[in-house]
Write a protein that binds this ligand. Structure first.
Ligand SMILES: [Zn+2]
Ligand SMILES: [Zn+2]
Length: 274
């Protein structure tokens, strides 16, 4: 495949990563989709050599998503694949409405990410930095991990997600369970495999306190064994973050021998050779 820009630090043995499947044009508030909001994301993607992008705003901001504006954006940018997506999470206050909206708009959506951002506290995403770390204070970290992955399995079993985002987000503040956690991961990945879902390789973890790719090497290894497909993503909350750390991700994928990533059109998975 040809991309207009050769990424800096590209090595001959590392693949070019041309897709970004986790992005937040609205950021953290409702901002109605329009050309002024979205075109800068396309310009930035193009400048970084990305040719296929999924907009996946949080489901609590679904009121801002406008499918007609996405169609207009596609007409203006025929060189770019632009996917209508959403990130469905387990917010105890908003996710029921989010699920309903996804069901109503299923045929206009290309891609749904499933996420867990809430543990036992209903009023705060545990992945808020740094405040969310308080939710781990005084708790048995093994219990937190098993509670987190139970919630991940619930999202995976919802039937509404095509792919699971940042699968081991629970590590964000650097809390580690006592080994082994393999059983927890095995059970979760096995469900993901049987539901035919993908998981994402997210560079966002490299800009968080844990400073590690989502998911861990252990999870990637087991996912490869189970032939679970991968998407690639930055979880950008501004257009400047698109494709962030993709050179580093490409090197990592190369080390794992990952030569295929997935893109989605109307929930149909399309495997792309790198
Ligand atoms: Zn998320
Ligand atoms: Zn996100």
């Amino acid at each position: 495949m040809i991309s207009g820009n050769t990424p800096i630090l590209q090595h001959s043995n590392t693949p070019s990563l041309l897709f970004d499947y986790h992005t937040h044009p609205q950021g953290h508030r409702i901002q109605r989709y329009g050309q002024a909001l979205l075109q800068p994301w396309i310009d930035s993607a193009r400048a970084k050599g990305i040719i296929d992008i999924a907009f996946t705003d949080h489901d609590r901001y679904h009121a801002g998503v406008d499918f007609d504006e996405l169609d207009r954006l596609r007409e203006k940018n025929p060189d770019m694949k632009i996917r209508a997506g959403i990130e469905l999470d387990n917010d105890p206050r908003t996710s029921a409405a989010g699920r309903k909206w996804i069901e109503q708009n299923w045929d206009r959506l290309d891609f749904v990410l499933g996420s867990v951002h809430y543990l036992t506290r209903a009023d705060q995403m545990f992945d808020s930095v740094p405040d969310g770390a308080q939710q781990f204070t005084g708790r048995d970290i093994d219990d937190v991990y098993s509670d987190y992955f139970r919630r991940v399995r619930e999202v995976a079993a919802s039937g509404l997600a095509d792919c699971l985002a940042h699968l081991d987000l629970v590590k964000i503040h650097g809390h580690r369970p006592r080994p082994p956690v393999s059983e927890l991961i095995e059970e979760t990945l096995e469900l993901i495999r049987t539901r035919k879902l993908a998981i994402e390789l997210s560079t966002a973890g490299w800009r968080k306190p844990v400073n590690e790719l989502y998911p861990s090497d252990e999870i990637i290894t087991l996912a490869i064994e189970k032939k679970i497909p991968f998407t690639i993503a930055s979880d950008a909350h501004s257009w400047a973050q698109l494709g962030e750390n993709y050179e580093r991700l490409a090197q990592k994928m190369s080390a794992f021998g990952i030569r295929e990533v997935s893109v989605y059109e109307k929930h149909r998975r399309i495997a792309q050779r790198l």
